[in-house]
Ligand binder design. Structure first.
Ligand code: XMP
Length: 509
């Protein structure tokens, strides 16, 4: 696989955003922790140093080994990265006493510097630092300022080493993408060749070579990642790819049959396995969310393992892992506590003794969708909302029974169908319904009812890490609520969740 840009991470929350911007320019890049500079740099054409929550003035400040990089490859150092270079090369960095958070505007731009080609005086940039550069190294010169920040950008003399104290990767830096393009294309001379079509060609070739005529097994989930991985592998090895799609009884209404048909129409060699009863048995009487996840994870492994063993001579296990799952991150606050064990479902035990192949492991989610489109996968499948591996089990508060699943499936179906009918589905990042362990009193005709309460949740987000509730039209909510209460037996009250993440989470369990 081609490698072009190395991004060294100092733990900034924006590092992945830098990578996504670079990829948007159709240039391939990889993120590595600051202390894991690859020995062999021959395939890298330029290096970007990220920002960081650390201060260069502190004892624990991350220090990279740049001896084979600085002066040899073009460098763009952002924020902490820029301050690090200044401090290491004889300049000075101090705590700032002026406002260096938020909007600022570039001035005194050195017009003939290629980094600022096409960027005008006054262009808005986004600052986010509490240290500032007080003096540049003797062999560096200033190339732009802002009202409060004298050394907003600088360059080392006779070297393609640049430092900027603002963040070009964030949306609020108006010409950020232009600046990155100037650095990558004009200065580092990297071709913009990283396209979905190119990725497909290279991957198919690489997969053919790695797998040859061996057999591969893959678990499909109905989601975007495993579907794209399957179609890509199918292009490379055809029917030697054996897909298994397990019905855990916790999917959306009719989803198992519909998605299975879709997969078959896409030409995949797929076997549908209905293991609902096994999952319901494993969940009987379990109300603790983490225990539900564990039980579901274990049941999945058992079913998958059984099925995989029925395929003669299978040697590879394919997974739809994507880049955010594998980026080694720089720990800022030490090991974090487990809030929810998300990646439990589908994690397969080592005893399966299969070699693992992960064809999407260098792609971000939006790139997976673009590759899917290139492969001809239907927009409906590619545009599906994320859905948790443990499915409706973590949307049924308290214990799970087939009856509760059936009620929730009906509620969810009305809600999701209405989102589609009102053309709101694509404006929402994720939506679903929760069945609450609460009964409320109602009245239907002349009768008193005492039935269940459901909560609807719809959020906007980019990656699920933070999310906000969607301001759905009252008319829409009214319509959906009426339909649910009139059509779903056992439910007499509907509420809408107006909590953001954080402090809440998207799922209720
Ligand atoms: P939370 O509830 O943590 O959810 O705000 C963030 C995203 O992760 C999904 N999610 C899961 N996905 N297994 C999964 O595969 C899980 O156990 C799990 N729990 C939450 C959730 O649907 C949302 O997209």
């Amino acid at each position: 696989m081609q490698k072009n840009i190395l991004i060294l991470d100092f733990g900034s929350q924006y590092t992945q955003l830098i990578a996504r911007r670079v990829r948007e320019l159709n240039i391939y890049c990889e993120i590595k922790p600051f202390n894991k500079v690859p020995e062999n740099l021959s395939s890298f054409k330029a290096v970007i140093l990220s920002g960081s929550p650390f201060s260069v003035r502190h004892d624990n400040a991350p220090i990279p080994d740049l001896k084979n990089i600085k002066g040899q490859l073009p460098i763009l150092a952002v924020c902490y990265g820029a301050q690090h270079l200044v401090q290491q090369h004889g300049g000075s960095v101090e705590a700032s006493n002026t406002r260096e958070f938020g909007r600022a505007h570039l001035e005194a731009i050195k017009r003939d510097n290629p980094l600022f080609e096409g960027i005008e005086e006054g262009s808005q940039v986004w600052m986010s630092h509490s240290d500032t550069i007080m003096a540049l190294p003797p062999d560096a010169h200033r190339i732009a300022s802002t009202e409060d920040v004298k050394f907003a950008a600088f360059q080392f003399d006779d070297e393609d080493t640049y430092g900027i104290q603002f963040h070009p990767e964030v949306y609020h830096t108006t010409d950020g993408l232009k600046l990155l393009k100037n650095f990558l294309v004009k200065i580092a001379k990297v071709p913009q060749e990283w396209t979905p079509a190119k990725f497909v060609d290279l991957s198919v070739e690489e997969l053919k070579e790695t797998i040859g005529d061996q057999k591969v097994v893959l678990g499909l989930s109905g989601g975007v990642d495993s579907s794209v991985a399957a179609v890509l592998l199918n292009q490379a090895i055809g029917d030697n790819l054996y897909c298994i799609f397990v019905n855990n009884g916790l999917l959306r209404k009719n989803e198992f049959d519909e998605v299975l048909d879709q997969y078959k129409n896409m030409g995949l060699n797929v076997k549908g396995v209905d293991a609902s009863e096994k999952f319901y048995a494993a969940l009987a009487g379990v109300s603790d969310p983490e225990l539900k996840r564990k039980r579901i994870g274990n049941a999945f492994i058992e079913v998958f393992d059984d099925e995989a063993h029925q395929i003669k001579d299978v040697t590879f296990l394919a997974q739809g892992t994507i880049y955010p799952d594998v980026i080694e991150s720089v720990s800022v606050n030490g090991p974090s506590v487990t809030i929810k064990s998300h990646h439990n479902v589908g994690g397969l035990p080592e005893y399966m003794k299969l070699k693992v192949v992960e064809p999407l492991k260098m792609l971000f989610k939006d790139e997976v969708r673009r590759v899917g489109k290139e492969l001809g996968i239907s927009p409906k499948l590619l545009g599906r909302h994320p859905f948790p591996g443990p499915g409706l089990a973590i949307r049924i508060l308290d214990d799970v029974t087939p009856q509760k699943v059936s009620i929730l499936q009906d509620v969810d179906h009305i809600f999701i169908k209405a989102l589609r009918d009102w053309e709101l589905y694509d404006e929402v990042w994720q939506a679903g319904a929760m069945l609450l362990p609460v009964h409320s009193v109602g009245v239907m005709g002349d009768e008193r009812t005492y039935e269940k309460v459901v909560a609807l949740r719809a959020v906007e987000s980019t990656d699920g890490m933070t999310a906000d509730w969607v301001d759905l039209p009252y008319k829409f909510l009214q319509n959906v609520s009426n339909k649910i209460i009139n059509q779903v037996k056992g439910v007499n009250r509907v509420v809408y969740d107006i909590s953001s993440k954080p402090p809440s989470t998207i799922e209720w369990e």
